[in-house]
Design a protein around this ligand. Sequence first.
Ligand code: NAP
Length: 304
Amino acid sequence: MEQEVIVVGGGPAGLTAALYASRSGLSATVYEKGYVGGLAATTDIIDNYPGFAEGVNGMELGEKMKQHAERFGAKIVASEVERVWRDGGPKVLVKGETIAAGAVIVATGWSPMRLGVPGEEEFTGKGVSYCATCDGPLYRGRTVAVIGGGDSALQEAIFLTKFAERVKLVHRRDEFRAAPFLRQAVRDNDRIELHLSKTVVAVKGGDMVEGLELESKKTGAREFVEAEGVFFYVGIIPNTGMLGPEFDKDEKGFIVTDDACRTSVEGVFAAGDVRSKTLRQVVTAAGDGACAAMSAYEYLETHG
Ligand code: NAP
C-alpha cells in the first residue's frame, strides 16, 4: 500500500501539513495516537493565535484544524507510528505493518519532562499532574503548587487561579524565562504566591499529595510547603522515539532540518515543536506544517 504523504502527529503542525498537502492535490493521511490538536489541545485559552482576538480554546482550535484538513480530503487515523525510516523510499511502521509513502512529515511535538524527585512518580495521578487543563477543576477552593519558570508554568499557574484558592509558584531562579506578558499577569494575580530560588527536594503525602519539601538555593534552608496538587512544568522532551540515528538531532534531541523543513533523510520532513528551533508556538507549528507540506510537494514533483 503506498500513500503519497504520511503525516506523523495530529497537532497544529501535522494538521496544517495535511491541509496544505491535500489542498495541493496529494493524498494525505495523519496518524495520531492520542487526540487531535496535540498538546495545544490541553491549553484552556490560546491567546496569541492570529484571528482569534478573544483567545480560543485549544481543543476547539484543534477540532477546527482537523475539519479544515478533512475538507480538502485529508484522512485522520487513530494509530501510533512505531518507526519511520528510508528503504528505497520513505516508510512507516503502523501496528506492525510497513506502509510505503511518497513523503513523510514528522510532527510529533514533545512530552513534558519529569523532574525526577522522590514522590513525583509515586504521586502521579494522586495529586501530581502535568496537565492543569485536565486536572485543575479538581482543585476548586484548594491550594496547589506549580513548578517551573517558563511560559507553560506561568500560563498554567494563572489558569489554575480560576479554581484554586492559592497557587504556589516554585521556581529555581529569581527570574522567569516566560514572556513579559505572562510575568506581568503573574505579578498582578494576588492568588499566586511566589517561591523563588527554591528547588523541590521531594513531593510528600500519605495516600494523596500533601505538600512539597523545598530547599532555598540562597540559604540551603529546607521547608515544608502545603499543596494538595502539584503541577510540573519543568521543560520538554521531543517525541522522536520512532526515528533512528540516521536522523540528525540537536543536543536536546530535537530534529535538525534546513529552512525548508527537510531532515537528514531524503523524503522525510519535520514540522512544529519537534524541530530544532527557537520559537515554539501554535502559529510557528502551523507555519512549519505549511512549509513541510510544500517541500514534500516539491520533492514528489521531482522524485514521485
Ligand atoms: P521551558 O521553556 O523549557 O521552561 C522550563 C522551566 O522549567 C524553566 O523555567 C526552567 O528553569 C525550569 N526547569 C528546568 N529544569 C528544572 C529543574 N531540574 N529544576 C527546576 N526547574 C527546572 O518549558 P515550557 O515552559 O514547558 O515551554 C516549552 C516550549 O513551549 C517553549 O518554547 C515555550 O515558549 C512554549 N510555550 C509557549 C506558550 C505560550 O506562548 N503561551 C505556552 C506554553 C509553552 P530555568 O528558567 O532556570 O532554566
